[in-house]
Write a protein that binds this ligand. Structure first.
Ligand code: ATP
Length: 365
């Protein structure tokens, strides 16, 4: 693995008796887009503020490029922060807002001109350089804030919910733009959001935080397809969580009992092997399952497939797909996303559904 650019070693932050960040260890690679994702109060901003230098850890260390930095003031670290509220100087033009940091550092006039021009071009604001912030839209103001950070050429850019104030459409546009920009400039981004879709779209890696700890860190695919806990499966995307009992375990496969029907599932790569007879949760994504026609089985490849029998409760048309709710013999209900052009089914109808074994994970509480 490449040497880490930023490394958190057992970092803890206490506010009085309250532990906001609890022994977090994390290595961030150069050029990586790492997202700290989590519910409100899970410790994302506090973690970011410690990397920035606005807060100091109560315990643990932060290293950057082989040097411990957690005791250095913010301006002595090679990092810059972009906040949700932009924090622009209202009385200064876009150009002066971006140039301000360089002027303070007494960079030569010609160089300031060149660098400010370059970053304004990068964020598509060269035409608006003479405007004041109040004459700009929210998205444009956020671009100024970004330009003001990028002009310093930091090694690491810290972004705290930078798109939080924007409406959904603009937010989605800016997500793509930010990701593109990050790839273009090659700066390491540490990005805070509570929006799981945003995290999945933009990140190379996601660290999902829960109550001050990292519940799971991995690529968006790993987190989505191989959640390590029920909490992760539930937090990221939509999933079916079925209560099941373990019949047997062989290697990375478990055989489970769901209301008397038998299915197979993956055992998570990390964590303890589920005990025979114990209750575990089976997580299967709604889009992983399909309605089977008579005599048909799912294309399971070499990995096999599962079949369950249930009754259709309702189908909710949702444009690109239909959300189908099913009930098994007992209380268990589950949701499938099926193509509107797929097999037509009616409420009350008994159906067989199938999915590849590899698409289901069994998880402890
Ligand atoms: P959000 O998405 O709501 O911003 P977050 O995951 O960024 O949440 P933090 O802002 O890191 O969460 O806060 C973590 C916990 O620490 C919260 O319970 C918060 O109330 C607490 N906390 C943060 N800053 C302080 C402080 N200065 N004094 C006391 N408690 C604090």
């Amino acid at each position: 693995m490449t040497a880490a650019l930023v490394e958190l070693r057992s970092v803890t932050k206490r506010f009085g008796d309250f532990v906001a960040v609890d022994a977090v260890s994390l290595a961030i690679a150069p050029g990586e887009f790492l997202t700290l994702l989590g519910a409100s109060g899970s410790g994302k901003t506090t973690t970011l503020r410690m990397i920035a230098g606005f807060d100091q850890p109560s315990a643990g260390e932060i290293w950057m490029e082989g040097q411990s930095i957690h005791l250095l003031p913010p301006n002595k670290r090679n990092v810059n922060t972009v906040f949700q509220n932009y924090a622009l100087f209202p009385h200064m033009s876009v150009w002066d807002n971006v140039a301000y940091g360089l002027k303070m550092r007494r960079v030569a006039k010609a160089e300031i001109g060149e660098r400010v021009g370059q970053v304004l071009e990068m964020v598509h604001l060269e035409q608006l350089a003479r405007r004041a912030p109040r004459q700009l839209s929210g998205g444009q103001q956020q671009r100024v804030a970004l330009a003001r950070a990028l002009v310093n050429r930091p090694k690491v850019l810290l972004l705290d919910e930078p798109l939080g104030a924007l409406d959904l459409k603009l937010r989605k546009e800016m997500q793509l733009e930010l990701k593109h920009l990050q790839t273009q400039v090659g700066i390491t981004f540490v990005y805070v959001t509570h929006d799981q879709e945003e995290a999945l779209t933009m990140s190379n890696r996601i660290a999902l935080m829960r109550a001050g700890r990292i519940e799971q860190a991995g690529t968006p695919q790993e987190i989505y397809d191989r959640p390590a806990t029920k909490y992760v499966a539930d937090f990221i995307g939509e999933t079916n969580l079925l209560s099941t009992r373990v019949r047997s375990v062989a290697g990375d496969r478990a055989t489970l009992d769901v209301e008397g029907q038998t299915i197979d599932a993956q055992v998570p790569a990390a964590g303890p092997v589920p005990a025979i007879g114990s209750q575990v949760w089976l997580s299967v994504r709604p889009e992983a399952m399909a309605i089977l026609r008579d005599g048909e089985s799912t294309p399971g490849g070499g990995g096999g497939h599962n079949v369950l029998v249930g009754r259709v409760l309702e189908g909710l048309y949702a444009g690109s797909m239909t959300r189908l709710r099913l009930q098994l013999a007992g209380e268990t209900t589950l949701v499938l996303h099926v193509a509107p052009t797929g097999t037509a089914v009616a409420p009350g109808q008994q159906v067989r559904i199938g999915w590849p074994v590899a698409r289901g994970v069994c998880l402890a509480e």
